[in-house]
Design a protein around this ligand. Structure first.
Ligand code: HEC
Length: 111
């Protein structure tokens, strides 16, 4: 029993280590993204309106609130994909990447 717990501990340690090795590659996710195009898309689709309605927070306070959902660049892209799917925006992956790059540059600052 004790051994099992130790083994599990070892696995989670290994996971933590491989995750902490990720930031460098994450930094490259937005390397070729177009922040200005992302900002334009973001404003065009009024992304903030719904978040503001739900939480009563302005854009900056919403994205930088302590309990925010997005904690990695990958999650940011996934969440934007989720929201745009909900809205049936049918954005191209490239558009979603540009929006993610804009939000990361303006608020998230994820590496
Ligand atoms: C119809 C409502 C709605 C619209 C419009 C909407 N979202 Fe969202 N969004 C949500 C919900 C629900 C969540 C989950 C967290 C929450 O409850 O606020 C969320 C969360 C997010 C988050 C994560 C916030 C965090 O906690 O870190 C991002 C980023 C995001 N949305 C981006 C977008 C973008 C980009 C658009 C425009 C393409 C958009 N959203 C439009 C409903 C919406």
């Amino acid at each position: 029993m004790c051994y099992q717990i130790l083994t599990l501990g070892g696995i989670s340690l290994a996971l933590t280590l491989s995750l902490s090795a990720a930031p460098q590659s994450q930094e490259r996710l937005f390397k070729d993204a177009d922040i200005a195009a992302g900002k334009a898309l973001y404003q065009e689709h009024k992304c903030s309106a719904c978040h503001q309605e739900r939480h009563g927070l302005n854009e900056k306070d919403y994205y930088t609130r302590p309990g925010r959902k997005v904690t990695t660049q990958e999650k940011l892209i996934t969440q934007i994909n989720f929201c745009s799917t909900q809205l049936s925006l049918s954005l191209f992956p490239e558009d979603e990447l540009n929006i993610a790059a804009y939000l990361n540059d303006a608020y998230y600052k994820l590496k």
